[in-house]
Write a protein that binds this ligand. Structure first.
Ligand code: DGT
Ligand code: CA
Ligand code: CA
Length: 566
């Protein structure tokens, strides 16, 4: 699938064009990028069939650009823009509050090209002198710069996972490849990823290495060897490939899945048992005790099999020694999605289109939770909500196999009150509440606000409870333990939001919430059809937080779910 690559090039063009301010051109590129990234079919196939023109909302100009990307793997226009502005746009944009327009100003006036330049000029108080900047902006830039630095080089799991699966698929399709798996942080489903690690079994390593280093997704070959190669892909991400013998594959998978910390602990266990553990197996003297499968490796070390999502050395070894590993929620345990948007607010698909996709996913129910009031999201007022509920009743009477639940994502005002009256909320099956504005309140006020929401009898679910956005925005300042304590008292469900940028609650918070006995939901917060697929990321996050099926309300069949939210 080239969709992601094409979309990322179009987005990048829009970023550059936005340096002169957002206009119809930037919008056209964004819209095209969005169309491509949410396609459920491969754009290469559409191109081959000569049907690019049928893609909605894309004009002739951008068609030609897409065709060029599909044919040559690059876009001349973008290369020219890059030459004109030789700066690290990606990094600079990762600083909260810096957009293309400001970045252009910083480049033209102060020659700022990267984070180091930015820091130096901010510290010298040169930025505050620029038009529209000021001392406050300068201080904010310095503050946010540190956060941006920490996320540098890592990309979101939700964006990298499809690419890693694509690589696995292509390699798996080769006759000469006997086995291929993704290892590393992606296999552990960590929220951000440093690089892609692929392990293979083959008797023809050179053929595999040729294929791997010559793929159209590769920008640069960093190392090409017989048993290991590293390439840089089009999106700046590196991918490692390693070749093993079948007899070693299990121990190689354990080693290269990591984490590093877990590997160190496993090696200590091996030593304590008078064994030696490495990527080629578990040995005692000259005897090889295990190596072919991961289960064998864990077994000879006296451990139950540890699912990859738990391999962070945060208590899973002790649990595996005592037979007390959690019975993790499974990816197919989810029976419905409890947070989605439609064209009634800022979603891109109708209620029926979303319901049909949810049916395909095998769901029993789907809650429609469009925004209320929020102007930026074309939120609904009470009158429109009532109309929507009537519409849902109508669709429910016509559709089969899935039940659409009536809900809303209601805003919490600055004090924690809801912006929809109780009478209307009473008619809904489910109410999701969320903070959408006034995010930088002082911690005391934010605490009151959230606790108030948890105590509200109408609120079933608190959406994206900490408000963080990966690589973009830090969480609200708030005492998370107090939130868990209160939610466990009131029975308010806490959401694990599955959007690649959010994953909120995050893994360690899921684990803490579990210790407080909180109920969780895993939802996608979908705004278009393809979004419904990101449930996988939320479930992965829940698994990383040791969650079991019983902890997650949307693993319940409809009747039982309705009792919980009733
Ligand atoms: P990443 O790529 O930063 O998202 O995280 P990982 O975990 O994928 O790390 P990576 O790609 O450097 O290495 C993959 C795995 O290989 C890692 O999880 C554990 C293992 N590994 C690599 N180097 C070392 C090492 O020096 N010591 C130990 N104990 N394990 C290592
Ligand atoms: Ca890695
Ligand atoms: Ca690696």
């Amino acid at each position: 699938m080239q969709n992601h690559k094409v979309a990322s090039i179009l987005h990048r063009v829009a970023d550059y064009l936005e340096m002169d301010g957002a206009d119809f051109r930037t919008k056209a590129y964004r819209r095209a990028a969005h169309t491509v990234e949410t396609l459920s079919v491969d754009i290469t196939d559409i191109g081959k069939q000569g049907k690019l023109e049928e893609l909605p909302g894309i004009g002739k100009h951008i068609h030609d650009k897409i065709e060029e990307i599909l044919e040559t793997g690059r876009l001349e226009y973008l290369e020219n823009l890059k030459d004109e502005f030789p700066l690290d746009l990606d990094l600079l944009m990762s600083v909260e509050g810096l957009g293309p327009k400001k970045i252009k100003l910083l480049y033209q006036e102060l020659g700022i090209k990267n984070l180091d330049d930015l820091e130096r000029e901010a510290k010298r108080h040169h930025i505050r002198r620029l038009k529209g900047m000021g001392a406050k902006t300068e201080a904010k830039i310095l503050q946010n710069l540190e956060f941006a630095r920490k996320s540098t080089g890592r990309q979101l799991l939700g964006y990298v996972l499809p690419l890693a699966c694509e690589l696995k698929q292509r390699l798996g399709d080769l006759d000469v490849v006997d086995q291929v798996e993704i290892a590393g942080s992606i296999r552990r489903r960590k929220e951000t990823v440093g690089d892609i690690d692929i392990l293979t079994v083959t008797r023809h390593p050179d053929e595999v290495m040729d294929f791997f280093t010559q793929m159209d997704l590769v920008d640069d070959v960093i190392v090409r060897g017989h048993s290991k190669s590293t390439v840089r892909l089009y999106n700046g991400m590196d991918a490692d490939i390693r070749v093993f013998k079948e007899a070693d594959f299990g121990s190689a998978m354990v080693y290269f899945t990591g984490s590093r910390e877990l590997n160190i602990s496993l090696r200590k266990i091996a030593i304590s048992r008078n064994m030696k553990l490495n990527e080629y197996g578990v040995f005692q003297g000259a005897e090889r005790l295990a190596g072919k499968t991961e289960s064998d490796v864990f077994r000879v070390l006296g451990l139950d099999y540890v699912p990859p999502e738990l391999r962070e050395n945060t208590g899973e070894i002790e649990a595996a020694q005592q037979g007390k590993l959690p019975d993790l929620v499974n990816y197919n345990d989810i029976k419905g999605d409890l947070h989605i948007h439609t064209t009634w607010s800022d979603g891109k698909a109708s209620i029926l289109e979303m319901a049909n996709k949810a049916s395909q996913l095998g769901y029993e129910y789907l809650a429609i939770t469009d925004h209320t009031h929020l102007p930026v999201a074309r939120g609904l007022d009470e009158k429109r909500l009532t109309q929507q509920m009537n519409e849902i009743n109508k669709i429910n009477s016509e559709i089969e196999g899935i039940t659409i639940l009536k809900g809303a994502e209601v805003n919490l005002d600055s004090y924690g009150n809801l912006d929809i009256s109780g009478d209307i909320l009473n008619e809904m099956d489910l109410v999701v509440a969320a903070v959408h504005y006034d995010l930088r309140q002082d911690p005391e006020k934010m605490r009151e606000r959230i606790l108030m929401a948890l105590e509200n009898e109408h609120v079933n679910i608190l959406a994206h409870p900490t408000g963080r956005k990966l690589k973009e925005r830090q969480p609200y300042k708030l005492d998370i333990e107090q939130l868990f304590q209160k939610a466990s008292e009131t029975g308010t469900i806490l959401e694990v939001n599955s959007q690649p940028k959010r994953l909120d609650l995050k893994d360690i918070h899921v684990k803490m919430a579990g210790e407080y006995g909180c109920h969780l939901s895993v939802s996608t917060d979908s705004h278009h059809i393809a979004d419904l697929n990101c449930m996988e990321l939320g479930v992965a996050t829940a698994r990383r937080g040791w969650a079991e099926k019983k902890d997650i309300v949307n693993t319940l069949p409809l009747k039982k779910l309705l009792k919980v939210v009733g």
